[in-house]
Design a protein around this ligand. Structure first.
Ligand SMILES: *Cc1c(COP(=O)(O)O)cnc(C)c1O
Length: 364
């Protein structure tokens, strides 16, 4: 019996080999490599998929978040509320805009931002909240949107792990004022390289982002803003259209595998993912928790099951923030999560036998 790989990105993309080759040919034949028909088509298709009016392709998920904060005019002196428990890119977007990340602790059951703690973190300087749908589990958006509306601040979804996840029947990307997506190759919708997008119903914001991603220029030879070069190129857009066509099927497969995993884990001794009744997760990661995490991971590895930790070090304890007051933040919930969680393999090209082997290894 072979090992159960944590994730096989090669196999994930090789499933679409023929389609990807045709997409490459289409772009090559068109002679148009930046901001052409493929990008336009992908933006239209992905906005429709998310149930939103606009999609603006950019260079990465980090840029999607960063450029949106810029487009909102958020900068030095401003505060942006972020989850304490997230991938560091959420925080970096705020820092790159020149603003200050203000971490809010998650709920221990869902690992997502605790809406009840958001109010206390708001100050007169707060301009936005970034809610992350961590591991593909939608954040509890209604109370977060309600607080934001009351205080007149923006809400951005960090949907980098949540393509196709839904909250109360509405898809990620349509749940706040704007959403940032990543198309890093291992995400639920991944390119063959870097890519990202902002999805929004705000036409003015979309227009500003189209300019910001392209040197601050919406009309050729006219530069309105101090812009960036952060575009989603034609090749990646064409590849993403192939992946988007099977995203629903992939996510359904992830859900079926997750259900099988959950039903077999009742007596495993692990804290398993909690799915609120309003959540339809995208199952980007299947994350469990145990106080003796490292020991459990070692034993699973010996039984041939690869696991990973998402994430071993919280953003506030990273060297990147060591010289800032954030390094001294008191965030015990996030620190405990980072000490205790680990991720089991779960991806569309895995089969039921794979799940059963993981379950058998857990029981042993
Ligand atoms: C992957 C990820 C990002 C960053 O996306 P990139 O495309 O790698 O820049 C941001 N936030 C979260 C939660 C992510 O998982």
């Amino acid at each position: 019996m072979g090992r159960i790989r944590f994730l096989d990105v090669r196999a994930l993309h090789l499933r679409h080999r023929a389609g990807l080759h045709e997409a490459l040919d289409r772009v090559l034949e068109s002679g148009n490599f930046i901001q052409g028909a493929q990008l336009e088509a992908f933006e239209r298709e992905f906005a429709a998929y998310c149930g939103a009016g606009h999609c603006v392709g950019v260079g990465s998920g980090l840029d999607a978040l960063h450029l949106t904060l810029r487009a909102w005019g958020i900068g030095p002196g401003d505060e942006v509320i972020v989850p304490s428990n997230t991938y560091i890119a959420t925080w970096l977007a705020v820092t790159h805009a020149g603003a200050t990340p203000v971490p809010v602790e998650p709920r221990l059951d869902t690992y997502n931002m605790d809406p009840e703690r958001v109010g206390a973190a708001i100050t007169p300087r707060t301009r936005a909240i970034i809610a992350v749908h961590l591991y593909g589990q939608p954040a509890d958006m209604d109370p977060i949107n309600a607080i934001a509306r009351e205080r007149g601040i923006k809400v951005m979804e960090d949907a980098a792990q949540a393509h196709g996840a839904a909250y109360k029947g509405r898809r990620a990307g349509s749940l706040g004022d704007a959403a940032g997506f990543s198309f890093y190759p291992s995400k639920n919708l991944g390119a063959l390289g870097d890519g990202g997008a902002v999805v929004t119903n705000d036409a003015a914001l979309a227009g500003r982002l189209r300019s910001l991603r392209n040197y601050g220029s919406a009309i050729k030879d006219r530069n309105e803003h101090i812009g960036f070069n952060s575009r989603l190129d034609e090749l990646q857009a064409a590849f993403l259209r192939i992946g988007l066509a099977s995203l629903e099927e992939d996510n359904a497969r992830r859900s079926a595998l997750a259900a099988r995993m959950l039903s077999g884990m009742a007596d495993s001794g692990l804290v398993v993912p909690v799915v609120p009744e309003w959540a339809q997760p995208a199952w980007h990661r299947f994350v469990v928790r145990h106080p003796a995490r490292d020991d459990v991971m070692r034993r699973l590895a010996a039984a041939g099951v690869e696991t990973m930790v998402h994430y071993p070090i919280p953003p506030h304890l990273q060297p990147a923030y060591a010289q800032t007051p954030l390094a001294h933040a008191c965030l015990p919930v996030s620190e405990r999560i980072h000490r205790e969680v680990f991720s089991l393999p779960l991806y569309p090209s895995m089969d039921e036998a794979g799940v059963d082997r993981i379950l058998a290894a857990l029981r042993a």
